[in-house]
Design a protein around this ligand. Structure first.
Ligand code: ADP
Ligand code: MG
Length: 324
């Protein structure tokens, strides 16, 4: 029983399951967070095709599945991938200043997802003939591991999201809102990673599709069609790698939309991030000046590549913000 007020108590370490469920709350706020984390892992795995399949029931998103054509995992790595603080991406604190991957905290995503759902992982590497299937549930408990035939790459299916965290489930918005967040997350990743092809389906119906390209601007054209592409001011680019390079596009003033905040898609070293007010102001004042009609907001897509030692990506639980 919980003490009514805080008495002098014995300090104990929380068990792994509790730790994982608490930590899950920081990274996994909603189904779209699951999508973001799984897609970023697929990007890190070097996948050239990333497929996202969502199922929605009458009320909620009932499952999320992400399949990739990336490097896959061996059976032993598949087991390790659900262990908190286990990662193939960094080895020590020095590596934190030269992060080129989306993930780096290690096992945070998969451990957190598995803490609040049921996860089925199917994976195979290029060198292994057989693949591995693993089912993990409730606080990362491995229910089964088996050898299966599978294509190279990884498929992760997540069911029963938040089944054991009713408070979080209660805070979910309507399925339409959750789907919009998912759409936005996939769209942001597609812009940030033109080198991968993306496909999003909801209950089997295709909602978004991009082919592999080399620039964000080509991806924008694929997502919005020729119509909006014609309204884009010819691609801008400035700076020289490796210190900093900016690529992107802004939309002609007359095509700017009336929604507050406009739409500024910003990604830094392939990581979609929330635009800080300075950037929004710079685009508005410096980019459009007085050209933008009142009540309309800028629309811009910027991809900044900057020396990884100049930015700190480890400041936000869901990595939506960065600092210089
Ligand atoms: P992080 O990305 O911070 O390392 P995650 O929990 O997202 O932590 O993933 C843990 C580990 O599992 C990764 O470091 C990676 O080795 C492996 N992994 C996860 N998803 C994939 C995938 N789609 N393909 C290959 N390996 C993966
Ligand atoms: Mg990750």
């Amino acid at each position: 029983m919980m003490p009514e007020k805080r008495d002098a108590g014995v300090i104990r370490l929380l068990d792994d399951e509790t730790v994982n469920t608490i930590a899950a709350g920081e990274v996994i706020e909603r189904p779209a967070s699951v999508v973001k984390e799984l897609v970023e892992n697929a990007v890190d795995a070097g996948a050239d095709m990333i497929k996202v399949d969502i199922n929605v029931g009458t009320q909620h998103v009932s499952s999320v599945q992400v399949s990739d054509t990336g490097c896959g995992m061996q059976a032993s790595d598949a087991r390790m991938s659900f262990v908190r603080h286990a990662t193939s991406k960094i080895q020590g604190p020095n590596d934190l200043s030269r992060i080129h991957t989306m993930g780096f905290r290690g096992g945070e995503a998969l451990a957190s997802i598995a803490a609040v759902s049921r996860v089925t992982l199917t994976t195979r590497t290029k060198v292994n003939d057989a693949g591995t299937e693993m089912i993990v549930e409730g606080g990362g408990e491995i229910l089964s591991v088996s050898e299966v035939s599978a294509p190279q790459g990884t498929t992760i299916r997540v069911d029963n999201i938040f089944y054991n965290t009713p408070a979080r489930r209660k805070f979910l918005k309507s399925k339409e809102t959750e789907l919009l967040h998912i759409y936005r997350a996939v769209e942001a990743e597609a812009f940030a990673h033109p080198e991968s092809a993306f496909r999003l389906r909801v209950n089997g119906k295709e909602k978004l599709r991009t082919q592999r390209t080399t620039t964000m601007v080509q991806t924008i054209a694929q997502v919005f069609g020729a119509d909006i592409s014609r309204k884009i001011i010819p691609p801008l680019s400035a700076g020289t790698p490796p210190v900093m390079r900016v690529d992107g596009a802004i939309v002609r003033p007359e095509a700017c939309r009336p929604n507050a905040g406009g739409e500024i898609h910003l990604c830094v070293n392939g990581r979609p991030v929330t635009s800080p007010p300075q950037i929004v102001r710079a685009i508005r004042a410096g980019g459009y000046g007085t050209l933008i009609p009142k009540g309309r907001f800028p629309m811009a897509y910027l991809s900044i590549k900057i020396d990884t030692s100049l930015v700190d990506v480890n400041v936000h639980p869901a990595k939506r913000e960065i600092r210089s």
